[in-house]
Design a protein around this ligand. Structure first.
Ligand code: N2P
Length: 387
């Protein structure tokens, strides 16, 4: 009864705010106040949590373990690009409590008021996080008020080694791995075994900009023109655009890709599981790759903020962060998980990247203005359509 009165009170306030003059309907008459009102306690949440994350990005069994421990039912949906998540958030009323934006997009989303600050008192496991990763996130989120890391990796070139070597014939592997996907001499050869690009303007333009000697996070549309002039020359050699290419790479449908190192490593493991002889590798290009950091954030209008905090704190436990690395080949920025990482994962330089490459070559995330993102999307679409 009490709840219904509250809902009606809110409706009445909204109507008043809209300047409507309707008489309240008889059913809306206020119910008698409860005799002794309980002291204000946070309203109990229904045992539900709605999460929106990228595909192939959570260890098997993690959701079930959380549900079992807390009795909270998790609804888990996926999106494939930052652009798709952004459009949904801007449209509003997503129904999601936790979403997982990349920091490049999280900055404008925080500035646009799309997230609520975290209640750090509820996050006892924050202490497990690597201060260096929090420092990266603070560029988008001053004082780390809204974001905690989900996972990080980098956008790079992935290859099916045997297929690429065969397609190149006498041509040696280039010194700079980006040549494989951006230089016509190479793409003309690799076309036969399949080149795949991620399907997102803000994934492809930054690495293309970097390749043509521009700032990967340039906000200048003139630079996009230089990048798309380069891309236009190889357009005919690109077999597919996909942000879910793990199986395509594992099954040999694509031999050279612009993809996420974590996904390329999953494809490598899958090829082994499938007893394929193919060796799949995520490369560390000589000129650098673009690091990305995906983060958990609680939406402004989340209906289950307490459950969201419970899930975030659960995820920050060392064993869960370790599972992200061991099962998903993604690094989660959790220092306390270190001792639980399997040696073959800890030794994989495309997961746990050397300090030298990290500081000398890896390109840190930047940010784009709304106008730049729009110009970038137009440039990318023209390129994709071959115009
Ligand atoms: C999907 C991983 C998404 C990483 N498997 C890019 N943000």
């Amino acid at each position: 009864m009490k709840k219904q009165v509250l809902v009606l009170a809110v409706t009445a306030a909204l109507l008043a705010a809209c300047g409507k003059k309707e008489e309240p309907a008889p059913v809306a008459a206020p119910a008698p106040a409860p005799v002794a009102a309980a002291p204000a306690a946070p309203p109990a949440e229904e045992k539900v949590l709605n999460i929106y994350n990228w595909p192939d990005y959570i260890p098997e069994g993690m959701i079930a373990a959380f549900e079992k421990e807390t009795g909270i039912k998790v609804n888990y949906d996926t999106f494939e690009t930052n652009e798709a998540l952004h459009a949904k958030l801007v449209a509003g009323n997503t129904g999601y409590d936790i979403v997982v934006p990349g920091v490049v997009f999280a900055k404008p989303q925080i500035e646009g008021g799309l997230y609520q600050p975290l209640d750090k008192a509820k996050l006892t496991n924050l202490k497990n996080l690597d201060p260096a990763v929090m420092q990266v996130l603070s560029k988008a989120d001053p004082d780390n008020q809204h974001l905690v890391p989900w996972a990080w990796s980098f956008t790079t070139v992935g290859i099916n080694k045997g297929k690429v070597e065969k397609a190149l014939g006498k041509m040696p592997m280039p010194e700079n791995a980006w040549d494989l996907v951006f230089k016509p001499e190479y793409t003309a050869k690799l076309k036969s075994c399949g080149i795949a690009y991620l399907d997102s303007p803000t994934e492809i333009l930054p690495v293309a900009l970097h390749y043509v000697g521009k700032d990967a996070y340039s906000n200048n549309p003139d630079d996009y023109k230089v990048a798309t002039d380069m891309l236009a020359k190889v357009r005919k050699d690109i077999r597919m655009f996909s942000s879910t290419m793990i199986d395509d790479v594992a099954s040999g449908k694509a031999c050279a890709v612009i993809g996420w190192a974590g996904d390329i490593n999953i494809a490598a493991a899958r090829a082994v599981e499938n007893k394929s002889k193919d060796v799949i590798e995520a490369l560390l290009p000589a000129t650098g790759a673009t690091a990305f950091f995906d983060t958990m954030a609680i939406t402004k209008d989340a209906k289950h903020p307490q459950n969201a905090h419970a899930f975030i704190d659960f995820f920050l436990r060392p064993e869960n962060a370790a599972a992200m690395a061991n099962d998903m080949t993604y690094n989660s920025g959790n220092l306390a998980a270190k001792d639980q990482i399997k040696p073959e994962i800890a030794g994989n330089k495309s997961i746990f990247v050397d300090a030298e490459y990290m500081t000398g070559k890896m390109i840190a995330p930047g940010s784009f203005t709304n106008e730049a993102r729009e110009a970038m999307a137009n440039a990318y679409n023209r390129f994709k359509q071959g115009k």
